[in-house]
Design a protein around this ligand. Structure first.
Ligand code: G3P
Length: 235
């Protein structure tokens, strides 16, 4: 499963990219507004921080203007993935942009029928919003299951399921079990995935027992570095 991070906060992206676990970034107009930054500047900076797809969303709703905006966004960097809404004009734009060779992420997907249309429009990614369905008492993960089942029935479909509106680690784990290709995670959710109280407790006990041995793995030298023996053994 590929992990994207759902944010336009450059400092968060810089920090999480250093983990080596980040495969791409998704933004949307709300996240751009939250960043308080110039859209073109922040997308260009993000594209320099992460080599994978960086979703940048159009602002128009009519085909002609979305297409023009999409081409402007795609020109910002080779890894820009143009985001369009799941509307008739959005899918028309998706098809035109993918025919031009650009990556397109079709967003605001809330039904399997919509996801089927997006795949037919040649979307690179489809973004079903799990959390927002859960928020209204609809099983968001069932939508993921339905979309994966449909896409798997047609091996020549290249559209990847990008699970969005992720609220917690369970959304990520269950989506992975279902075979979704990508999850886009809020920074806090990605960080939460590392945590387990038994890991913390176990590490504390290991370190306490190791300290009792009085040994060190790297032998201090007179200058404070690793000694020749340690270097030889690690060579
Ligand atoms: O960026 C798309 C999606 O992940 C946003 O979801 O519900 O957290 O606004 P949400």
């Amino acid at each position: 499963m590929k992990f994207f991070v759902d944010t336009a906060d450059v400092e968060e992206i810089r920090d999480l990219a250093a983990t080596g676990l980040v495969d791409g970034i998704t933004t949307n107009p709300s996240l751009i507004a939250k960043s308080g930054r110039d859209f073109f500047e922040v997308i260009t900076e993000i594209c320099g921080l992460v080599a994978g797809p960086v979703s940048a969303e159009v602002a128009a709703t009519d085909h002609a203007t979305m297409l023009a905006e999409g081409r402007v966004l795609a020109a910002l960097a080779p890894n820009v993935c143009v985001k369009v809404p799941l509307t008739p004009d959005g899918l028309k734009t998706c098809k035109a942009l993918t025919d031009d060779g650009h990556q397109v992420n079709v967003t605001l997907c809330f039904s399997a029928a919509q996801a089927l249309l997006a795949a037919k429009a040649g979307a690179t990614f489809i973004s079903p919003f799990v959390g927002r369905l859960d928020d209204i008492g609809v099983d968001g993960l069932q939508l993921i299951a339905d979309i994966v089942e449909i896409y798997d029935a047609y091996p020549n479909l290249s559209t990847e399921v990008l699970v969005a509106s992720v609220r917690n680690a369970a959304h990520v784990v269950e989506s992975a079990k279902l075979g979704a290709h990508v999850a886009t995670l809020p920074p806090a959710t990605l960080r939460a995935m590392y945590k387990h109280p038994l890991t913390d407790k176990g590490l504390e006990a290991f370190l306490a027992d190791w300290a009792k041995t009085g040994q060190t793995i790297l032998k201090p030298t007179s200058s404070g570095g690793a000694n020749a023996e340690s270097k030889r053994r690690s060579a």
